[in-house]
Design a protein. Structure first.
Length: 262
């Protein structure tokens, strides 16, 4: 992906906000023994380093991101794990319960797969990569922000996102597979099926039919739609409109429809 300072800073701050949310949620669930100020500071200082590695370094390949994490280790004054052969700062996470660095591989469970599930494409074998990718994706999903997963075919984009969404209980995912002929009508028909229009004092709002649920629209193969005579991928332009303006203009009555929990 093309590097822009604004994009990587937004990614960084989204992950930092997730760290703050972790502190609030921990203190709410441990009201008798909440984190002290020194513990919060210790955790967040380390979490900012984690956020920088995955926010600023999100578009890097593995080798470049590993080198980037080593550079951060060299100039930061925050406590980091001692260097080990074949292990970089990229291989560590920060846990809030003790505010210390832990190797990702310690989180990978040992699983026994039934022979009948070996050929099941939905079966996910957790590895270090799937664990840390799921952590980053959960941070983005908790921010309710749109994001792009980029990579060559077969690199596990769909599988990783599917496995991550299974962990999130307050979200319902709908799957839209794009093709060369995909137009905005496909997204509108999907909205009509899963959502409902409501008139409010703030105008017309489109929200999921299920109460207290967020609707995640997963658009696969978004590079396939053909461009029109103006060199515009119309469905991508529509997605960009609802992302940037939090809604769209309804063609039937020329009313602006705001999105809620989508």
């Amino acid at each position: 992906m093309d590097f822009t300072r604004m994009r990587v800073l937004e990614a960084l701050f989204a992950l930092v906000r997730k760290g703050l949310t972790n502190v609030l949620e921990y203190n709410e669930s441990h009201s008798d023994f909440p984190l002290e100020d020194a513990q919060v500071q210790n955790y967040l200082q380390k979490y900012v380093i984690f956020a920088a590695i995955w926010g600023i370094g999100g578009s890097m390949d593995l080798r470049t991101r590993t080198g980037f994490s080593d550079e951060i280790r060299n100039f930061t004054s925050v406590d980091t794990p001692m260097p080990q052969p074949e292990v970089s700062l990229l291989d560590y996470e920060v846990r809030i319960d003790d505010q210390q660095w832990h190797l990702w591989r310690k989180r990978v469970p040992t699983v026994q797969i039934e022979p009948s599930k070996v050929t099941d494409a939905s079966t996910v074998i957790n590895t270090v990569d799937t664990c840390r990718h799921q952590e980053v994706l959960c941070s983005w999903l908790s921010e309710h922000r749109p994001f792009l997963l980029c990579g060559p075919p077969g690199s596990g984009k769909t599988m990783t996102l599917m496995a991550t969404l299974k962990m999130v209980t307050d979200m319902e995912m709908i799957f839209i597979n794009f093709s060369s002929s995909t137009m905005p009508d496909l997204i509108m028909k999907t909205f009509d099926h899963y959502c409902e229009y409501k008139k409010t004092p703030q105008g017309i709002v489109l929200r999921p039919k299920q109460l207290d649920k967020w609707l995640v629209v997963f658009c696969d193969e978004i590079n396939l739609p053909e461009a029109d005579k103006y060199d515009t991928q119309v469905v991508i332009a529509f997605l960009r409109q609802i992302t940037e303006h939090k809604g769209f203009w309804r063609a039937s009555d020329k009313q602006f429809v705001s999105l809620e929990r989508i």
